[in-house]
Write a protein that binds this ligand. Sequence first.
Ligand code: SF4
Length: 380
Amino acid sequence: MSDRPWPTPQSAYVHVPFCRHRCGYCNFSVLTGRDQAYAESYLDALERELRRLGEPRELDTLFIGGGTPTHLSPAWIESLLQLVGRWLRLRPGGEFSVEANPSDIDAARLEVLAAAGVNRISLGVQSFRAEKLRVLERDHSPRIATAAIEAAAAAIGNVSIDLIFAAPGETVAEFAADLRTATSLPIDHLSTYGLTFEKGTAFWSRLLSGQLDRLEEDTELAMYRMAIDVARAAGFEHYEVSNFAKPGRRCRHNLAYWEGRGWYAFGPGAARFVGGRREVNHRSPTTYIRRLLAGEWAIAECDAIDRETWARERIAFGLRMIDGVDLERIAAETGVPVGEQFAKTIDRFCRDGFLTCEGNRLRLTDRGLVLSDAIVAEFL
Ligand code: SF4
């Protein structure tokens, strides 16, 4: 095994746990309807957590997500961005992303974001169809979604949107219409995920009680294939299982996760990978705030990662990228001879047509793409 140093993170994530209401399928760390009670104490808690860095860090990517970072007032957003900017400083040419909901996009918020150097905005659009938005319990209309994309493109540029597919009752033709609308708008990046029913969400209970139905697996698969076809035809590169980008617009922040390069993370539920340790903050926003304001740590889980686990994760998460992974590079950086160590698993998947290996580069085939979750799990 190697005594090489762990990578110094060049990326940071900040979780902002406020939303107007909780969407039925959401299991993120979110507070709804209690903004005024917690907005200021969250900033105090975040400042205490950031201060533990000891000194400001210079970074290549910064991602403020949630929750809905843009839900609170423009003045509050400005305070948040100033606080973050004191500790997490972006190098020239860095990528600064903020997540937003279409209904929060207005001139005042866009001005605050642009002034703070935000140069990428990720909008939780999910659909352009009123009925699907209602089923998903989103609070925007198709018209608001379209207007938000246009306004964000004009003020910030580099707009990413999320689209959900396989919503209850949705047809392949309806999702195709969503994709066509998305790709006709000024977006640079598209993330699209099948709806999941997570334990503990309202949708999970409604699934169990028969009020909601999952779509058939074949229908969901047809929607996924449709997304690949429509996005590619519109000039997007399919660069990760669920992500598409115009040339030069891949999400550099997410690439740091998939390539296992280490990252800082702050806020409730945030997970970091620093110096060979993986730490996850307490998921409950109120517990996170209470602990930090009491002078304690907000960490709920902490694991020391050994080199072999890191190597396994680099293959597993790296395989989600369409370009795949460079086995030799992973071996050199982790000190684990992954080519030999996983030879049997790699050979089996290659024989079965799910993976392909050219030189040192291992990647999913088109057949492997639709079974990516099961394949990557074999490496973990
Ligand atoms: S807006 Fe996003 S983070 Fe907030 S409740 Fe809905 S899905 Fe969850």
